[in-house]
Design a protein around this ligand. Structure first.
Ligand code: PLP
Length: 371
């Protein structure tokens, strides 16, 4: 019986050709031309002026937070249901993360609970689009406008997705993407920061490169990091970007097929196919076990593993992270929806290379183990 991994990327376009160009020309560091190409082409595709390629999506968030001048004494609002990278970037900057509960249907932050979290110390709202459906941006933009707040848009799961026909990653002061192999396009490891603000773009470039100064190279006014992306990674990215539309269509098809095959299985909450402002792009295909199922996601994932089917649990809420609790953060926070889906949610194989036969097999086994 063949195993079905939770993710497998597709690398059968120009990836090999462009990688060989790097090797043949000797341009393998971050100085190569593919880095600039990826930055320009990706920014243009997302409707942004500037792109700053970095080493991964978490680093992109680190740079974004610092580039906005967020520091100790500030507060940043973010969803509790997200990856640690979001809260980590805020905490490392010295600011305080303030979490918002998620919506039980979209799993995105409940935008109706944002305004009550705004205080005089709030500097930014970090919006994270989760699993394939965008956050309802218009009300969030209106709030940011009303209170003079920045928006940091984490679009790491949204390459090629749109909100009301405008690209995700084009909203707010700054947006970030990841190019990890399970994202819609990959560079192996990698990420990018996008903005329309020239000064912020320049600040991100400086932060990426240890804050070396042009005229006094080894004299530093600020602490940066080495977050540079190599030309090898960017070569993959340029090849992948050529196929973004195809990849999004492919993911949508995988999601639609899963929904057709799983919708008559009792006990499962499936991802919403669409909202009135976007069709799901199914970064991953998540399942939440309804209350009638007498076991949790961990048990379901163990059962699927016995059939060699790869899964991953849903995110664990930020307010329940031991690392933050030990810092005294989120002491009285309670978000029952996020707490529930963290325990009852998991995702099934959703990678770009997934075949129809594999989808069939996964759904048969899911039906068998949920019974
Ligand atoms: C994947 C992901 C990241 C982190 O990206 P890495 O490249 O793995 O560091 C950040 N935010 C979200 C929402 C993600 O899905």
């Amino acid at each position: 019986m063949n195993s079905i991994p939770v993710n497998q990327p597709l690398l059968d376009g120009n990836e090999k050709k462009y990688l060989l160009e790097c090797i043949d020309s000797g341009w393998i560091s971050s100085e190569g031309l593919f880095v600039k190409k990826l930055e320009e082409q990706f920014a243009a595709r997302m409707g942004r002026k500037y792109g700053i390629a970095v080493s991964n999506g978490s680093a992109a968030l680190d740079a974004a937070v610092v580039a906005l001048g967020i520091t100790s004494g500030d507060e940043v609002i973010l969803p509790t249901f997200t990856i640690i990278s979001c809260a980590a970037a805020i905490v490392r900057s010295g600011a305080v993360p303030v979490v918002v509960e998620c919506d039980r249907h979209t799993w995105n932050m409940d935008i109706n609970q944002i305004e009550e979290k705004i205080t005089p110390r709030t500097k930014a709202i970090m919006v994270v689009h989760i699993y394939g459906l965008p956050v309802d941006m218009e009300p969030v933009l209106a709030l940011a406008d009303k209170y003079g707040l920045h928006i940091i848009e984490d679009a790491a799961e949204m390459h090629g997705q749109t909100y009301k026909d405008r690209p995700c990653g084009s909203f707010g002061t700054i947006s970030t993407f990841s190019f990890y192999p399970n994202k819609h396009i990959t560079t192996g490891e990698g990420g990018i920061v996008l903005t329309d603000d020239e000064q912020i773009a320049e600040h991100c470039r400086s932060l990426r490169n240890l804050c070396f100064q042009p005229h006094k190279r080894f004299v530093h006014e600020e602490l940066g990091w080495n977050l540079r992306m190599s030309n090898l990674q960017a070569a993959l990215g340029v090849a992948q970007l050529e196929r973004l539309d195809e990849f999004v269509a492919r993911k949508r098809r995988i999601g639609q097929r899963y929904t057709e095959l799983l919708s008559d299985i009792p006990g499962l909450q499936l991802p919403l196919p669409r909202l009135d402002y976007a069709d799901n792009i199914y970064w991953v295909y998540g399942l939440v076990l309804k209350d009638e199922v007498p076991f949790d996601a961990q048990e379901a994932m163990q059962r699927l593993a016995q059939y060699q089917i790869g899964t991953r649990p849903f995110f664990w809420p930020m307010h329940e992270q031991p690392v933050f609790q030990k810092m005294g953060l989120f002491a009285r926070v309670c978000c029952p929806v996020a707490e529930r889906i963290a325990r009852r949610g998991f995702y099934i194989p959703s990678g770009m290379a997934l075949t129809d036969e594999q989808i069939c097999r996964v759904t048969q086994v899911v039906a068998e183990v949920i019974k």
